[in-house]
Structures are given as structure tokens and as C-alpha cells.
Design a protein around this ligand. Structure first.
Ligand code: SF4
Length: 357
């Protein structure tokens, strides 16, 4: 049996069949799951996926929603550009495709936030297109099975993997079930050909697998060179009035675009400006610092706590800012580390346990 047929056959017998986004041809649902599953584990995605669909059951409803509601439902999943693009993409389909998701991989790829592998997956799942995928699972299976050496993020290796992916479909039988093959690669990578200790004895590819024959599973895929990522630092001010915290909406561009966060400062003068604005003459208290890791840098966050006796009148009605009660943190889109910090505050009803040295 050819590679693709073998995986499709295995998927039908042993793969996963009850994930909430399976058993549908609706491109909206498949697209949503594909975007959520980028960089995120299945088990984390499931509750988000269900909540999201309950709030926006159709592409039309997503396109018509305010961006803030979309970001709120995404809060905690990280990589917020995915949510912003999802929203933009729904609006593009409504405006430029008369509300009908395109079927051809090239057309799907022209939509905001959809790369080649995601476009091909949607086309294969929903429209039976013979379009291969290339995600982390597929790269792991291919490099081991074919003995492909070299870092998979290098153009040359990536091109080779794509060529192999198209070749596998060409060589498959005419009967190849694209849905089962596409899902099968994901299932095999997630459950059998795992990063560490792959279960080769249960693998349908084991008879012809290079890595198994040569006992090189641990060396393939070739590990990526670890880059040292730069550290950025920021001070954040937790301005508290009674049980409420002052939050500002971040600009659309840059990290945490469109999310709600704490006012920031970098210099003493900026801090002084914030203190004056809040009519506070006592210095803020320094809390315990912590780090948040992004793909390209680490953010060193130094929080400070400023308790207000009263709120200056003009600060109660500013656009893009709000006073949020600490027991309503789940109602808006907060970046994960800010949410954690505020949850910590809420639990101790104040800041004492968070005080740094
Ligand atoms: S035999 Fe082992 S290493 Fe080869 S594809 Fe299967 S699980 Fe992966």
C-alpha cells in the first residue's frame, strides 16, 4: 500500500473520530479549528472552540461582531493576531466572496491569516481537494520515514518536504480519502509518531521507516539551533480604586494589539506623570517582577501598585480605558500574564502577597 493510502486506512481504523470539528464539511467550522490548533494543543482548544461557536455560530455572525467580543472569547489562547485575522477574514469572505468560503486552495490562501498548509487542509477536509498539509506533525513523520536530515525551518528542507507531500498524493490510489489522509497525518503525529518515544510498534509505516530501521528516531527531525532571544523590560502600574483596576486598550499594532492591559512606564518622569494624573502623592509599591516569553523576545515585567483614595473626574469617562472590577476579569480580553497577575490580586483582595523586595 502507498504511503498516503496506508495512513488513510490506519486513520479510518485507529484514528480520532470524535473531535468537535470532525464530521463536518462546513468550511467555517474547519477553518476555525485549524486556526485555533496552530500553536495550541487539542485539549486546550476544545472548550474555546465550543464557546466560540456558541457565540458565533456562523461566519456571518463572526463578521458582524465587534472585534472586542472576538478577542474576549480568544483571551487566554495567546497569539492574538490569529483572532484579529479570523475576524478580518470573516469580513473579507462576506464582502468579497458574497459570504461563501472559497473552495480552491489558492483562493483560500488569499484570505487574511491563512497560510498554505491551513488553506490546503480546509480544501482537503471540506472540498476533497488533493492538497497536502505541512505542519509540525507531518514534518516529524516525513523526516523520520524518509530520513530527511536538516532543520525543517530552512527553505531548502521545507521545499523538499512539500515536494514529497505532493508526490505522496500523486502516487496514492485514485480512491484516496483526502479527509482520512489529512486527519491521519495529524493523528499519527499526535498519538504514535510523537516527539519523544514514538510508538513505532503500533505505527502503520514501521516496515519501511528509515528512522526505525536505523534507530534514529531521537535524531530526526534535526533539532533547530536554539537562538538566544533578547529581553525587553517594562514597568506596569496597577492602579486600584476599591475593588477595581484601571485598564487601557492597547493600540491595534504591536504586541497584544486591541487587548486590555495596564498603563506602562519606562522612566521616573513617566511614573511621575502617571502619579500626577491620578492625584497620588505617595509612591507606588513595588511588586514581584516576572517574565513572559514571546516567540522573538522575553518581556521582563515589573508591576507597581498604586492605591487611589478617589478617582479624578476626567478619568472616569476616557475612551479606550475602563475601571474593571476584579471579579469580572473573565469578561474582557486580557493578555495571559496580566490576567494571571490580576487573578493573584483578586485572590488576596489586594497586593500584599505579590509584594516584591
Ligand atoms: S515507525 Fe516510528 S519513527 Fe517511523 S513513522 Fe512510525 S512512529 Fe514514526
Amino acid at each position: 500500500m502507498q504511503f498516503a493510502d496506508c495512513i488513510a486506512d490506519w486513520q479510518q481504523k485507529h484514528g480520532r473520530h470524535h473531535l468537535p470539528w470532525q464530521n463536518t464539511n462546513d468550511p467555517y467550522k474547519v477553518w476555525l479549528s485549524e486556526i485555533m490548533l496552530q500553536q495550541t494543543q487539542v485539549l486546550t482548544v476544545i472548550p474555546y472552540y465550543e464557546r466560540f461557536l456558541a457565540a458565533f455560530p456562523t461566519l456571518q455572525s463572526l463578521a458582524a461582531a465587534p472585534q472586542d467580543s472576538v478577542l474576549t472569547l480568544w483571551a487566554g489562547l495567546g497569539y492574538y493576531a490569529r483572532a484579529r485575522n479570523l475576524h478580518k477574514c470573516a469580513q473579507t469572505v462576506m464582502q468579497e466572496w458574497q459570504g461563501k468560503f472559497p473552495e480552491n486552495p489558492q483562493d483560500i490562501m488569499s484570505l487574511p491569516g491563512i497560510g498554505k498548509s491551513t488553506a490546503n487542509a480546509i480544501a482537503a477536509f471540506c472540498f476533497a481537494e488533493k492538497s497536502p498539509i505541512m505542519d509540525g506533525n507531518v514534518k516529524r513523520i516525513f523526516t523520520r520515514f524518509y530520513g530527511i536530515e536538516g532543520q525543517t525551518n530552512k527553505k531548502e528542507i521545507e521545499n523538499r518536504l512539500w515536494e514529497q507531500a505532493y508526490k505522496n498524493i500523486e502516487q496514492a490510489s485514485d480512491m484516496l480519502d483526502m479527509k482520512a489522509y489529512t486527519q491521519g497525518q495529524m493523528d499519527l503525529g499526535a498519538t504514535i509518531c510523537t516527539r519523544s518515544k514514538p510508538a513505532c510498534t503500533s505505527c502503520p509505516l514501521s516496515n519501511n521507516c528509515f528512522a526505525r530501521r536505523e534507530n534514529r528516531q531521537a535524531e530526526l527531525p534535526t533539532p533547530k539551533t536554539k537562538k538566544t532571544i533578547p529581553v525587553r523590560s517594562v514597568n506596569m502600574l496597577l492602579i486600584q480604586y476599591q475593588n477595581r483596576i484601571f485598564l487601557e486598550q492597547r493600540p491595534q499594532q504591536g504586541i497584544w494589539g486591541g487587548l486590555w492591559s495596564l498603563p506602562e512606564f519606562h522612566t521616573r518622569q513617566e511614573l511621575q506623570g502617571l502619579q500626577n494624573r491620578w492625584l497620588q502623592y505617595r509612591p507606588p509599591l513595588k511588586l514581584a517582577a516576572f517574565e513572559h516569553v514571546f516567540t522573538h523576545f522575553r518581556l521582563h515585567i515589573q508591576p507597581w501598585w498604586l492605591q487611589c483614595e478617589q478617582i479624578p473626574l476626567q478619568e472616569t469617562a476616557e475612551e479606550n480605558s475602563q475601571w474593571l472590577a476584579l471579579d469580572r476579569l473573565d469578561t474582557i480580553a486580557l493578555p495571559a500574564p496580566i490576567l494571571k497577575l490580576l487573578q493573584g490580586m483578586h485572590q488576596v483582595s489586594g497586593a500584599p502577597d505579590l509584594l516584591g523586595t
